[in-house]
Design a protein around this ligand. Structure first.
Ligand code: AMP
Length: 267
């Protein structure tokens, strides 16, 4: 695996394979790799000739300076993990490479980006849409891989790709969970053992909601009942949204850590 830090080096590294008609797969990430990231890399590896992983903690998509400052970073470990998954190219630019002085253009994904995570974190999806559009333009992948864990993000990116006629396919892979049901997230590292036990109410609540839905009951009410029984957890939102299909989404805060999760609703 080669690590590159500039747009020019990405273009140079991919010129040969592209010229030979090889399929390029992109996995955009913010690093601190866990099994969820590795599942995306594995899916990309199976379906692509060249796998590119971007590792960029995008400052503009953080709505709190504290959250950005404490976001976990471990590039040395990430390099080893990505290499072990057979990734060909790791693009790990500095902030100035993607946002040089004078940068002043953004991609505004519209209505879909204003609800749920967009309401809780104003400007978040504009920043995500902008950085992903830049990454798509830099790497020009045939396919980009995203996690269903961030269901609204996938829906926003699909909207952007469709609306701007970007020539790539978006593929989402299922949420990877720990054995106890908690969706893997780089932010789980902040949870103390006691907080983690509390956080498990989120996947439990979503499962209860999905089950209620299958039985013809209100999924939101069922999920809220489970979360309501956990006094040390603050609910940001629990809602059903159409994110490429009916999806029960939830966001909670446990201590200073904010967690999101979702389940698809099926009959
Ligand atoms: P992040 O580094 O958190 O920006 O995530 C990079 C990609 O990994 C995004 O497409 C996420 O949706 C995806 N991802 C994060 N956690 C998981 C998970 N537990 N299962 C599957 N995909 C995930």
């Amino acid at each position: 695996m080669t690590t590159v830090r500039t747009v020019a080096d990405v273009r140079e590294a991919l010129a040969g394979p592209r010229g030979h008609g090889e399929r390029i797969g992109l996995v955009p990430t913010m690093g601190a790799f866990h099994a969820g990231h590795l599942a995306l890399m594995r899916a990309a590896r199976e379906a692509s000739d060249v796998v590119v992983v971007s590792l960029f903690v995008n400052p503009s998509q953080f709505t709190s300076a504290d959250d950005l400052a404490r976001y976990p970073r471990d590039e040395a470990q990430d390099v080893l993990a990505a290499d072990a998954e057979g990734v060909d190219l790791l693009f790990a630019p500095m902030v100035e490479e993607l946002y040089p002085d004078g940068f002043d253009t953004s991609v505004d994904p519209g209505e879909l980006a204003t609800a749920l995570e967009g309401a809780a974190r104003p400007g978040h999806f504009r920043a995500v849409a902008t950085v992903c559009t830049k990454l798509f333009s830099i790497v020009q992948p045939h396919v980009a891989w995203f996690g269903q864990k961030d269901a609204q993000q996938v829906a926003v990116i699909r909207r952007v790709v469709a609306d701007l006629n970007l020539p790539l396919e978006i593929v989402a892979i299922p949420t990877v969970r720990d054995d106890d049901g908690l969706a893997l997230s780089s932010r789980n590292a902040f949870l103390s053992p006691a907080e983690r036990a509390v956080a498990l109410a989120l996947p439990r609540a979503l499962e209860a909601g999905a089950k209620a839905h299958r039985l013809g009951d209100d999924p939101t009410a069922a999920a809220r009942r489970v979360l309501g029984a956990e006094p040390s957890l603050a609910v940001d939102y629990v809602n059903v949204a159409d994110l490429d299909g009916p999806t029960l989404v939830g966001a909670v805060r446990v201590g200073t850590t904010r967690l999101i999760d979702n389940v698809r609703l099926t009959r």
